[in-house]
Structure formats: C-alpha cells, structure tokens
Write a protein that binds this ligand. Sequence first.
Ligand code: BGC
Length: 819
Amino acid sequence: MDNDYLLSQATGGFVNTDIDEKMKEELGSKELPEDYVKLMRDVAAEGIVMLKNDGVLPLSSETVSIFGRVQYDYFYVGNGSGGDVITPYQVNLLEGFDNTSKLNYNKELAEIYTTWCKNNKPDPGSWGTWPTNYEEMPLTDEIIKNARSKSNTAVLIIGRSAGEDRDSTLTEGSFYLTKIEEKMIEDVSSVFEKVVLLINSGNIIDFSWYEKYENKINALLYVWQGGIESGNAVCDTLSGDKNPSGKLTTAIARNYSDYPSSENFGGEEFNNYVEDIYVGYRYFETFAPEAVLFPFGFGLSYTTFDISVVNEVELDEDNEIHLKVSVTNTGVVAGAEVIQVYHNPPQGVLGKPARALIAFTKTNEIKPGSTEIVKCATHTDYMMSYDDSGKTGFKSAYVFEAGKYEIYVGNSVRSAKKIGSIEVDELILRYQMTEVAAVEEKNKFKRLVAKANADGSFLKEYEDTPTRTVSLKEQILAQIPEEFTKPTEPGEYSLNDIKEGKITIEEFVATLDINELEALTRGDYIMNSPLGAPGNAGVFGGITESLRKKGVIPITTSDGPSGVRLRRYAAQLPCGLAIASTWNGRLVEKLATEQGKELDEKGSHVLLAPGMNILRNPLCGRNFEYYSEDPFLSGRIAMFMVEGLQSHGKSACPKHFVCNNQEQFRSINDSRVSERALREIYLKGFEYCIKYTEPNHVMTSYNKINGVWGHYHFELCNTVLRDEWGYEGTVLTDWWMKPCVDPDFPNLSNDAYRIRAQVDVLMPGGFAHFETHGDGSLLESYNKEDGVTLGEIQRSAANVLRFVMYVLYDKPHTWKRRS
Ligand code: BGC
C-alpha cells in the first residue's frame, strides 16, 4: 500500500509524456525570456568538465563523425520530480551542431543514426522504471569505414540516466558500459585518428575501462545533463566559443569498489555509514590517493594558468584568513579558473581527513597574458572538528585540536600546493553543543578512523561509533511551548489585522479554532490540488473556506530542481550536478533569479528545490539533482540558488533534510551515521545554506536517521535546525509520511508525532480518501493526557502563516519571531 500510494502521489497525475493535443492549449506560451535561455546555456556550458584534451579540442571546422544514439535521444536531465518538466523545446547534440556555424559533421552518419533512433524509439518507462540507458545502435564495419573516409575525428557520446526511485545499479547499461558501447569505443578509436568522448549523464559512471582506451581517446568531457539547452552548450564548448572551466564536484575512482561507501549502500532496512567523515575525496586523499582517476576539483581548460598566493597566511581578529591569489593566463585563449583552498588539519586524537575544502573563488574571464588578483576568504569555523566521543575532553563540541593547520591552494584537491599554515598551540573548545541524533546503542557499528603513520601516510582503523547518551523524552518535555495569548479585544480577526498592527501573528493564531489549526498543518491532500496552479505538487495554507475568509490564501508548491513543474511550459535547467560543476556562485544566482521570476509568474509560491544531499555513493538515483560530495561546496551553491529563487518574493525549499543518500527503500531505510559525520558532512551544507540565506521552507527526507524518520525528527528539525541555526521558516514533510507511534509518547502518532518535532506541514496532505482532519491522528492526540498540546499546534500554524504574510504583504522581516 505504501508503495502504491507513493507512486500515485509522486506522479501527480501527469508526466511529460502524457501531454495530449488538448492539454497543449493549456500549457501557455512556449516563449522563454532570452536572458533566461542564455543563462541556461551558459550554466550548462560552464558546468562541463573537461577531463582530458591533448589538443584535439576545440574542434576546427573539419567534418567530424558523431557516434552514439544519444546524439539524437539526448538525456537532458534525470527522472522523477527533479526532472519532469514540460519543456517548450530541447536541443540535442545534432541540433547543437546545426546551430553552430563553426562546426561541421558527417550528415550521412547522422542520418543513419536519426533513422535508426526513429525506428527504435526507446520505451520511456514509467515511474521508477525509466530507462537508465537506451539500446545502442549496432555499428557495422562499413558504417565506420564510410565515416572514416569523411573525417579524421570522431565524437562519441554515451548517455545514462537515473532518478527518483531509480538508483543506478551495478549492471551494464546503468553504472557499467554495455558491451556494445565498449565495442563502439574500441572499434571507432582503432580506426579514427582522433576521438572525443562525451559522457551525457547526471551520475558518475564506471571508468574501469578508461585506462585500456586512454591512449586512443584524445579528449574526454563530462557534459552531464544540461537541460533544454544541452546541445547548444556542448557545441559552444567543442567549438571553443566557450572555454571549459567546470570542475568535478566529486572524485572519480577507478573502480566502484574503491568508493568508501561501496560496501554499505543499497541496504533495505539500513545502511551503516562506516566511512564516517571520510566521504569522497576526504577518503581518497587520506587513505587511497592511487584509487582516484580524476580528483575532486579537477577540470581542464583550453588555456593554462599560473596560480600564486601573494600574501602570508594570517588570522585576523575575526578568525578569518584572507588570501590574495594572483592568477595569470599563460595560454593563448581567454578563460576562467577556479581557485580552491583546502586545509590539512592536525590529526590529534580525533583523526581528520588529509584535505577539506574551506574556500573557493572563480575568476572572471582572464585574457591571455593577463592577471587577475582574486580574493579568497575563509573562516576557521570551516576548519573545526566535532567530537562526538569525548576523546578530546569535550564531548558534543566543536574543537580545534592543537597542531598545524596547513593551507593549500590550487585548481584541484590534488594540485593544490601548501602555502602556509596556522598553528594552534593547545586544544580550543570552539562551540559546546548538545548531543543530537546519535546512533542507537542497539545499532552501533564500527566506523572508520585515521591513524597517522610517521611517513605521513594513514592507516585505516575502525572504532565503535559513539551511541546515544541523552533522553529524547526529557529534551522534548523541557521544550513544550506555551499556548499563545488571545488578543485583548475578543472578536473575528483576519490577516489584514496583523498587517494593520492591530494584533500579532501569535494573537491571530490564538483566535483560530482547533479545526482551522489542524488544517494549517497539512496540505490539501492531493497533488495537482484545485486550489493551486494546475499541475502543482500540492497546496497548503488556506485550504478551508473558514481560513480563506480570514485572508489565508492557499500556498502552491511545485517541483523542483530542474524546472518549475506545473502544467505549463517551463524552462528545464541543467541538472544540479552540472550547475554545481560551474563553481560559479554569481552565475548560479543569476540563473536562480530567473527561475524565481518564472515561479512567480506561473503562480507558484514554493519551489521544492534545491536538492542538496551529499553525493555519498555514485549509485544514488538523485545524485543528478544534488551538488557535491563536499558540504562546503553544496552549501555555497545552495546559498546562491536560494538567494536567487527567493529574490522575487517567493520561496525555495532546500531538501531532503537529511541523509537521503539512496532511492531504493528510501521510505524504510535507516541511515545509521555518527553524530560527527552528521554534523561535519551531512548537515553541514544545510547549515551553511540556512544560516546565511534564510530559506522560507525546508523539506525533510523520507528515510530514517538513526532510527527516526526525517519527518518525526525532533532533534534535527527542532534542536539543530531551529535552536542551533536560528531557522524561522516552515518545515514540510517530503511527499508522504510513514505512519508511526511516537516511542516516547504513546498517545502521539503520525501527525501528532510530527507536530511535536515541529515538522509543520504534511505534504501533500495525507491520503486522498480522507475528507477532513487528515487521518485524525492530530486531533485524537490533542485531547489526551500527554498528547500533543495546543501550544505545539499553534507554533506550527504560526510558522505557516508567517510565510502567507510574506507572500501577501511582502515584508519578510516584519513577521519573523525574533527581532
Ligand atoms: C520527492 C520530492 C518532491 C516531491 C513532490 C517526492 O517524491 O522526494 O523531492 O519535491 O515528491 O513532487
């Protein structure tokens, strides 16, 4: 039942492929603003990561032969809520070539592919069964020979997809190449003089075949899934109109088994995050540098840069380090470079990754022979460690252990050079926190720790993960909120009275009856609610007549990361991984600003984006929506997205809070992870984004985190998010909730359990066959001793209404709780 419910909810009654002629009329104009289109094209091009180029690129005007069916059947973005946008058009690779006057291609070969593709249309599949690849066209010797007679250079393209409810798998056609794809590489590369290989995927795929063909592959580019402008963006890069400046946001290993989470991924009931804080490059740089094929932060350009730091590494009185980095273009074409700053902290008693990103800046486009001085600022707070064990003497605290914090600067984690260090004389307690969300004693496991050898290398050791020592029940009871005070003048009030200053939001909430309060804590039950713009993901807020009479409007939500998913034509953005690979916050913000405008114009209030879970394993189906294996980079990119999206008075909704690192079994799987790894890796990106940009909404995850589902997680959604980070917005569930009795309070179940955690709104609202009051669990608990309190329900109602006030009256700060 759970699964059927999920599927029907998640499809929202329509997908791109369902559009019929009649519906087309409802979809509105296909026109997109020119600036918006240009930005999508620029971001898609700037996100492309060039992993090899021996000089074959940029292409000259010579005729190239293009191989691989994806030239026609391109993968523009991944599948599911993060990809399914009704697009006015999409530019595939062949169209991109057609649109680029500088490039020429073998039309005869393209015609063979096009005809074959038309006759062998891929089955689009349905929810959760979308194709991960399309069957490749078999090549005959004759096709290759003919093509060779027309061109010296071959462009090969291989495509992959994954999605929501659709992890990649360790099979051919998903993570691995198919035999026919490998044969295509082999046959084409043995005949053509030059070979350019493009990977069109939103996930990292297997590269174990690469070294076998490396000598025959002259250029290799990860072109990701670039949204509607994909083909144009790729051709901008191939032609040299755009000089590649994208960098990997995740390391690429030689084999799947090299990835640190490979043995602990895919579990049905749970995954132990044994690799702990050693995620991605943090693991490789510490324990297994040789397992890396392409390092984190790596990406080539058509030019070269000389990078040098001009000032000393010094801490100022605000604990900041300000670096001035001189970047000189030493090549012959203009280009931009990403300056990356890492630190190598002392091992101390906790053990630490040998490198961690603490700052980055992208230069402007630098002309050949010119120099730009870029400023890179960082703060020591990006360098602290969390002690969840008490080994340092400070349990549940952020500390700096004594020793040298070496600073490295360069254009990838591997190339970064040591430029100085900061000395910490003795252990510093930076922030004393309280223990949250630790592993349950019954589920404890051994986690990875580093033991430094005298020669600077590290041994892998394993230790017991610290387990929970605090009572959740006591924490909750200590924080039950008071009921709001009623206005001094009794009467019927509306939101306008708050605006007029007659009453406060809290006083208004105190006038609402329990049915109105209950209605504010859930959506209007279904996706595509009649109360919102057609094709919406769900509506909450003014979902009853009585609330609307008081001025509470319905709030429309829509997906998502790659476009405004309504029953309207909409822009389809490059996938998240492509966006993050630009490492260009300013550009990302401009794109998001256009998307925020589109959201507003199309009648939606909340965009269910950015998706910002950490790329823990290359198989996670939603990696295409997410940004990086690094929390600093994820947090930064998300900040710029949120700033842009919210610049038109509406809301972003960072998701999925937290540890949605696998799609299969996502609603039953428990992510078992140490508090240290939670705080240093999985929560950290959210922390940066939320503290600095104040999104109006946050979405929880489907999965459990150390035994508690994301939508019931008091410690994460209340203690961390609100008490520690000062978050003042609304928390939405992901689009469903697992029915459950609160183990600490048997009179609380489902909605009551959720409200106690201050997860304010169940989306899209519950089960469609309920007519009122969701499943009744909130009101049922409300009347019971030890049940949910009026103060708790009012608190969530007020969180919702603050955003309604913001939408109506556009004065964000007036309605906030704190001054
Ligand atoms: C996804 C969310 C999405 C929601 C609404 C869920 O299945 O996990 O990311 O925003 O559906 O479409």
